[in-house]
Design a protein around this ligand. Structure first.
Ligand code: ADP
Ligand code: ASP
Ligand code: MG
Length: 439
């Protein structure tokens, strides 16, 4: 069995939904994971923000505009009176529910409920369209099987048990449709896998059903050598290892959710990235064994804060780093890069929710400086390939850019450099221009 995930653009209009229906109707049993139609989750975030601020007029206006958009989608997608009526009732139901939040009480829990509406609508519409056009499909709710634990990690055992139970109940299934992104938490409340999380859903589901392949269908023909939104002349990479793909996703290649590759890697299930707009393009295959190349691709992760702790007394004393790291652990803040010297240690974080208490605890151990507005520029490949001079080529490519931190050797797959965000574009361009001609 295969698990296929279609992103927002892939289901972003009635035409695109029809095209996806054609693509998935190839006679092979599969689970299809859908995102919300493009723009919907952003609109729901905007609605939630208005509700937080108790700007009920703006929220209501935005809700009505989005609802109107969906009535048009129903009208263009479905053709019979029966299904048009079902579609319109569906939209009225979901938007009636969203409207019920236009009142005083609005917390994080209500926000999660609102964000979950987009995937529920797109999957229900797809299912109606498939049924109206005579295909046999089944819709199962991700809220019945997708669950995160108290650390926000997928609860693998629960997911495996429950999705397989749902599938058994369907009996002889062929096309199963479900939602990406949404889940429940340990309290049973609606939650999500963070923005872009539908990729992660597909990978978690693939592992839970022992799929033979997980396919991520999106709006580009695979993982490119660099961010195509920033750099010209990038191209799709035919093959990537799980480790390389994991580094690229974690360090900012938006095409994959940061942790999407992890479940597939653990279960050794290949992940194929395909272009819905050009289904015949080969795409990118991510798997365990691929030929080694020194440099595969470049990515950048935005929104990074650097923290430097200087201490003449403590640094070389054993246990100092443990104390520093424990502070980040206490405040559930993960560290991306670390560099050390005789008198100081620098780390980077992207989650600044607890920055103030972290800084005040760190001050017990030395002088502390924090500065935001950085990006991590990351060069990914197989650095264990027997080629000399990889670091020299990378650093020469960066010769016109001030580098705040460098990390090399943390894994075999990545060289990371911290630069001010104003240099991101130039860094990505200069790296692309200089290193692919060498390797
Ligand atoms: P979806 O809605 O299908 O999940 P996303 O917008 O999340 O799609 O991801 C696809 C986009 O990721 C592409 O359109 C492209 O602009 C962007 N992107 C960033 N880095 C890369 C990269 N290295 N390779 C391919 N696409 C990338
Ligand atoms: N709809 C969600 C988002 O826009 C999840 C996804 O598309 O992957 O973030
Ligand atoms: Mg995405």
């Amino acid at each position: 069995m295969q698990v296929l995930k279609f992103g927002g653009t892939s289901v972003g209009s009635p035409e695109r939904i029809k095209e996806v229906a054609r693509l998935i109707d190839d006679g092979k049993p599969k689970i299809v994971v859908l995102s919300a139609m493009s723009g919907t989750t952003n609109a729901l975030v905007e609605i939630s923000n208005y509700l937080y601020k108790k700007n009920f007029d703006a929220a209501s206006e935005k809700i009505s505009a989005l609802e109107q958009k969906y009535f048009t989608v129903v009208d263009e997608l479905l053709s019979t009176e029966k299904y048009k009526a079902l579609g319109n009732d569906l939209i009225k139901g979901h938007f009636g529910y969203i409207r019920s939040f236009v009142r005083d009480m609005f917390t994080m829990y209500e926000e999660k409920e609102i964000l979950a509406q987009g995937e529920q609508i797109s999957t229900a519409l797809m299912n109606y369209y498939l049924q109206e056009s005579g295909r046999h499909s089944d819709l199962i709710s991700a809220l019945n099987f997708m669950r995160i634990d108290k650390n926000g990690e997928p609860d693998d055992y629960y997911i495996r048990e429950n999705i397989n139970r749902e599938l058994r109940q369907l009996g002889d299934y062929y096309l199963v449709i479900t939602q990406g992104f949404i889940c429940r938490n340990t309290m049973g409340k609606v939650d999500n896998l963070q923005r872009g999380g539908s990729d992660y859903s597909a990978s978690i589901i693939g592992a839970a059903v022992d799929a033979e392949e997980i396919q991520i269908w999106t709006d580009i023909d695979g993982m490119h050598t660099n961010d195509p939104r920033v750099v010209d002349h990038t191209h799709a990479i035919a093959e990537l290892s799980f480790d390389e793909a994991a580094e690229l996703a974690y360090f900012g290649a938006k095409i994959l959710h940061p942790t999407c590759v992890v479940p597939a890697k653990l279960a050794n299930i290949p992940v194929r990235i395909k272009n819905t707009l050009e289904p015949s393009a080969a795409g990118t295959i991510i798997k365990k064994d691929v030929p080694k190349v020194p440099i595969r691709a470049i990515a950048a992760k935005d929104g990074i804060t650097a923290i430097k702790i200087k201490s003449d007394r403590m640094l070389m004393a054993h246990g100092f780093l443990r104390k520093v790291f424990e502070i980040f652990e206490t405040y559930e803040t993960s560290i991306d890069m670390v560099t050390t010297s005789e008198v100081g240690v620098s780390v980077t974080i992207d989650n600044t929710k607890n920055l103030e208490p972290i800084l005040s605890e760190l001050r017990k151990y030395g002088t502390v400086e924090a500065e935001g507005d950085y990006v991590i520029v990351c060069v990914v490949g197989d650095l264990s390939a027997q080629v000399n001079g990889i670091a020299a080529v990378v650093l020469t490519a960066m010769k016109n850019i001030p580098i705040r931190m460098i990390s090399y050797g943390g894994s075999n797959y990545n060289i990371s450099m911290l630069v001010k965000s104003e240099y991101k574009k130039q860094a990505l361009q200069d790296l692309s221009k200089n290193i692919f001609k060498e390797f």
